[in-house]
Design a protein around this ligand. Sequence first.
Ligand code: GTP
Ligand code: MG
Length: 244
Amino acid sequence: MRIVTVISNYNEQGAIEATIRDFRENATIVSDLIVIDNCSTDASLELVKKAGVNYLRHPVNTGGSAGVIKTALLYADMFGYDVYCHMDGDNQHNAAELAKLVQPIAAGEADIVIGSRFIKREGFQSLPVRRVGIFIFSRLVSALTGQKITDLTSGFRAYNKRAIHFFARKFKHEFEACVQMLMVAAYAGLRIREVPVIMNPRLTGRSEFNLVNSIKFPIFGLVSIAGTMLQRNTIKALSHADQC
Ligand SMILES: Nc1nc2c(ncn2[C@@H]2O[C@H](COP(=O)(O)OP(=O)(O)OP(=O)(O)O)[C@@H](O)[C@H]2O)c(=O)[nH]1
Ligand SMILES: [Mg+2]
């Protein structure tokens, strides 16, 4: 099984070296590593180069982390990887737990595996206001898709070949990585599974979660739920189509 782990980086000069070091020292899976840089303006890309890691750089910032995931899915599909593991560049995810994400895929039990911090409820649990939002939207998406999800904003995920190919070649629309991506995946017949993980607090840099986004995310979340429900049959048909 060929695995690629992608570290998503946007202005993570305070954490990217530690994230790379964590992967090199603690990952127990055999995996290639690449950093996808979303047009950082700080010194983080220089640190990636200094660490000698392969990298791709977007020529413009895509305005959010989903852009990196799209590039990663295309990259994994193009180079024929069986699994794409995703880690954030802010050192919130633990490379030692990558094996837990890959295990259900290797066993043929899941197409997308999410590392959830809300199963064992250990480690960083996010800010209270955000936790409430994650809880409500996770419940809503679970009810609408019939797949149990507790941590739909977790970026710590693994995708198998079927999931990679679907999002890289068949579903060509823009998507945001939380609500919409998981609903689309479920409607496409992809099996989503969660495993318990421990996350760390963000110690440096700037979060994607800020006052504007805390108002925007729930509104966008509801709009994407409604929009994705309307596309349900099209998504199903796409998942059965052979052609790109
Ligand atoms: N803010 C932001 N982050 C991006 C972007 N592109 C990639 N990222 C990366 O996406 C990852 C997730 O973003 P975070 O802001 O940490 O989101 P989060 O983990 O949900 O929020 P926190 O728990 O507050 O860290 C980080 O590794 C970022 O470096 C972008 O355009 N904007
Ligand atoms: Mg983070």
